[in-house]
Design a protein around this ligand. Structure first.
Ligand SMILES: *Cc1c(COP(=O)(O)O)cnc(C)c1O
Length: 426
């Protein structure tokens, strides 16, 4: 069993605590940069390659600006994500709009800022036609869903047949024909078949499906296919006994399939796009929280000052997040605890029956791998406020990249009545 390492020490946490109270999400700038560099290198064989970072994973302008330095664009699925990308001066071709069940005003805004629209369904062509008054952009993308189970070897990775996303094989052929007749000149294909895959085989297997589809689409519709978007789904090793993905091996795996399928069919200039979220950020963020209560009843509980509103993955999916007690990295894990938050919900537990060192009140608990789908899935249940986000910079200093919410933020949507006055929050 490998040991999962933290990127921050107890001494650093004590120093941070002088300015910023727990709980907070802390991000590792050095780790984010080194990983972005590795990804870029892994796909450097493809001339048009671009990563469109899935904004929903970590919608923070400071993080997006770091990734931008490595040539990343953004992948958006809502109005505010589009607005954030636009405000940060991402160029139109650097903004992908891969949404589903899309409201009309979001399509309209995406078109206005020139973002690349990735259609989730064939019926969205007519929907968009009305919004754009028949004036389609030159380049459009469509999302494919082959149905059935997605398998690698004999193991089932996910169940696309049960997923709401994408068009069937026949629909995407039809969609390309219709879009072509409406004046669209260049096309992209997108698909997302399995989430959080911890296997170097996922992307190459997905690439094979999409590359073969691209060849077929070109033959049957005669359209110009400019890019193939492998979307997200590359996972991370949340558990200490999992072996991490090797992005260099993944990039080479896709390269091999590209040379086998696309190049011989005269499609050796197609760009590869990715929309990674989890892989880009998850390991480079952690949730730092303090032990504030211990409870000895039918089980041993440690109550911390964070709760599921700060990180809902354990409560929502029973997801495993490794926990390190800062300063006790080498102490024996000879205690068994449930680590709980304060919500009035019994699933508000960061860990159940977890073997950990003895925890004392005031200890800092580092909850690993919260850099993606962590803060961003937060909410305000029980009137809880969202925490701050902090960036541990390469020089060891700490920058606040989002302040914590205050009660004034919580009550802000009542600014049309007198409650803010009564609370002296105006
Ligand atoms: C969520 C999502 C992603 C990112 O997925 P990860 O698993 O975080 O890599 C990419 N594209 C689309 C369309 C998504 O919905």
């Amino acid at each position: 069993m490998s040991q999962k390492k933290t990127f921050v020490t107890l001494e650093q946490l004590k120093e941070i605590n002088k300015t910023y109270p727990t709980p907070y999400h802390l991000y590792d700038e050095k780790g984010i940069r080194a990983n972005a560099e590795r990804l870029k290198k892994a796909f450097s064989w493809n001339k048009g390659y671009r990563e469109y970072f899935a904004v929903k994973a970590t919608p923070n302008p400071f993080i997006l600006n770091i990734l931008k330095e490595y040539g990343c664009g953004t992948d958006c699925s809502s109005m505010t994500e589009l607005m954030m990308s636009h405000a940060l001066d991402f160029k139109p071709e650097e903004i992908m709009f891969s949404s589903n069940d899309t409201p009309a005003e979001e399509f309209a805004y995406a078109a206005k800022i020139g973002a690349m629209i990735n259609l989730d369904d064939i019926t969205h062509i007519d929907f968009l036609d009305k919004i754009l008054d028949g004036k389609f952009p030159e380049t459009m993308s469509c999302r494919y869903n082959p149905g059935g189970y997605f398998k690698l070897g004999t193991s089932i990775m996910d169940n696309p047949g049960d997923a709401k996303y994408g068009m069937t094989h026949d629909q995407i052929i039809e969609a390309f024909k219709i879009l072509k007749s409406k004046g669209v000149k260049h096309f992209g294909i997108h698909s997302f078949l399995a989430s959080n895959t911890v296997s170097n085989e996922y992307y190459p297997a997905l690439a094979k499906i999409l590359f073969e589809l691209a060849v077929e689409l070109k033959e049957k519709t005669g359209v110009d296919i400019r890019f193939i978007n492998l979307s997200g789904g590359i996972g991370i090793a949340y558990k200490p006994d999992q072996e991490e993905n090797d992005i260099a091996v993944i990039g080479e795996g896709v390269h091999k399939v590209y040379d086998e399928v696309l190049t011989p069919n005269g499609m050796g200039d197609v760009a590869i796009y990715t929309e990674l979220g989890r892989f880009m950020l998850a390991p480079y963020g952690c949730l730092v929280t303090k032990a504030i209560h211990e409870k000895h009843t039918h089980k041993e509980y440690i109550g911390v000052d964070a709760c599921a509103v700060n990180l809902m993955r354990p409560a929502m999916y029973g997801a495993y997040h490794h926990i390190t007690v800062a300063g006790k990295e080498d102490a024996p894990c000879d205690h068994v605890y449930d680590i709980t938050g304060s919500l009035c919900e019994n699933n508000d537990k960061f860990a159940i029956d977890r073997k950990l060192p003895k925890i004392d009140m005031g200890d800092y608990l580092i909850i690993h791998d919260t850099g993606a789908h962590g803060f961003s899935m937060g909410y305000n249940y029980n009137g809880k406020l969202r925490s701050s986000e902090l960036l541990l910079k390469e020089d060891g200093s700490v920058e606040m990249i989002r302040r914590a919410e205050t009660p004034k933020d919580y009550f802000a949507t009542f600014d049309f009545c007198n409650i803010l006055d009564k609370l002296n929050l105006k």
